[in-house]
Design a protein around this ligand. Sequence first.
Ligand code: AHM
Ligand code: MG
Length: 317
Amino acid sequence: MSLSLADWLAAQSVDPALISGLASMAASCAEIAVVLRNAPLAGQTGLAGHTNVQGEAQKALDVISNDIVLNHLRANPQISILISEEMHEAVHFENQGRFIVATDPLDGSSNLDVNVTVGTIFSILDAKGGILQPGSAQLAAGYAAYGPATSLVLTLGKGVGVFTLDEAGTFRLTTDTVSVPEASSEFAINTARERFWDEATRGYVAENIAGETGAAGKRYNMRWVGSMVADIHRILMRGGIFLYPLDSETLAKGGRLRLLYEANPMAMLIEAAGGRSTTGRQRILDLMPSAIHQRVPVILGSADEVKRVEDWYSRAG
Ligand code: AHM
Ligand code: MG
């Protein structure tokens, strides 16, 4: 039988307190997986009846998933602060815990009622640095993808481990040699937003669509699940590029996706597997956050493709 997550972590010579934080997130994800699997039978689909801090309609499962993470982390004396997409303010637990967890407890929840892969994304930071730290300060990052199998994907900085939830509720190692290929011919972007795009995004996508006859000189394919965890999981496993750029509609908000619990953990994972991440003009992990729910443009994946987008941005000025 393959190595359990606990045994794998023990072999990494990582701070036991950090391992305990990761174990709480893994336990949360295992519990959310069971809830999601049974939700249509338990009548837990649909809206919760209110909106979250982002003004988005919360699903019943958004609220349930947030509660699961909150309960696991509250019970862990190593965690002092929780930042969640579903909660307006950071929650300060009454302890001297050394770590902050930032999470989107259930990302892609608009896909829930159609049984498409959704996920939990998380980032772990040293509490000494305060709640607003750049992504480069993350100690660990990961996500769970609730698909045909439940995968837990995590990094402690170098390398990425993928674990699969077994029937007994234990995450077991599938691979820890994940490497995002430098070259790729698959891109992921919501093309329905084309009329809002800037010149760089337009130029890059047009070249891809032109295929062999365009500047890229090769044929591309397009994939967009509309569930970030599913799109990033595909890119980690076989390469490609994901773009949610700044566009004229998201300009005032700074972008669509959130820095602390979507962009930063995904950028850390992609870079730990040899890929690249940018807003178009700056490395995501170097951004200094100014608010816990801050939004940013997100472009990440295979290095050659991300560099092409960066070239477009530098030419656009
Ligand atoms: P959420 O956190 O409210 O679920 O929103 C994030 C999701 C991502 O999973 C996905 O990449 C993106 O929003 C989809 O956006 P769009 O609705 O433009 O397709
Ligand atoms: Mg989200």
